[in-house]
Design a protein around this ligand. Structure first.
Ligand code: ADP
Ligand code: 5GP
Length: 190
């Protein structure tokens, strides 16, 4: 493993736009490779196993926890687990690339505490809670029940912003993508 590998962490409440920004960066910055998380939720829409997530059963997830295979994991929503496998970071560092994460707020802070200066932790901030709710509902991927659960969590997560290295405002998407690119390119230079 390359011990001096770098990590870029994008965290935010669900609906803030982190997946959109991370996808943009993956197209623009060839040094980056996406950390594919494991999750027990079902694939939605166009999602592909082994590309967006490793979709695994709860049984397998618990087995991997017992085997200490996760760098971090969380029950992000009631009964639904998400986690970063140790082998995923190693796989990307072995290719000489920088790992980029799309991860919830607590998971992001966990990784930042673990990797310290190797990591750049970016909090994606929506203009307001109301706009966040509109974006989440507008995405059209979650049931009413799932939306309500995400709204409650989002409200709490907005308070974590100051604990990140940088707060990236996602008001206008084009501006946010450009700002994100500048931040990442700068971090990779040093
Ligand atoms: P997250 O990964 O943080 O849950 P997504 O990237 O899925 O969020 O974005 C949530 C929804 O908001 C998507 O439908 C996306 O197209 C939309 N969106 C993202 N950024 C903006 C923006 N700046 N203005 C308007 N809509 C946005
Ligand atoms: P979604 O179901 O919308 O894909 O993701 C739900 C939340 O889980 C998002 O905030 C996403 O960033 C987060 N998430 C995805 N992968 C991981 C992971 O490996 N660990 C943690 N802690 N959260 C994750």
């Amino acid at each position: 493993m390359n011990p001096s590998g770098k990590l870029i962490i994008f965290s935010a409440p669900s609906g803030a736009g982190k997946t959109t920004i991370v996808h943009h960066l993956l197209k623009k910055v060839p040094e980056l490779e996406f950390s594919i998380s494991a999750t027990t939720r079902n694939a939605r829409g166009e999602e592909v196993n082994g590309k967006d997530y490793y979709f695994i059963s709860k049984e397998e997830f618990l087995h991997r926890i017992a085997k200490k295979q996760f760098v971090e994991f969380e029950e992000v929503y009631n009964g639904t687990f998400y986690g970063t496998l140790r082998t995923e970071i190693e796989r990307i560092w072995e290719k000489g690339k920088t790992v980029i994460f799309d991860i919830d707020v607590e998971g992001g802070l966990h990784l930042k505490r673990k990797y310290e200066e190797q990591a750049l932790a970016i909090f994606v901030q929506p203009p307001s809670l109301e706009v966040l709710k509109e974006r989440l509902a507008g995405r059209g991927t979650d049931s009413q029940e799932k939306l309500a659960e995400r709204f409650i969590k989002a409200e709490k997560e907005l308070n974590y912003a100051p604990q990140f290295d940088i707060i990236l405002k996602n008001y206008d998407l084009e501006t946010a993508c450009k700002d994100a690119e500048d931040l990442v390119v700068n971090f990779l230079k040093n």
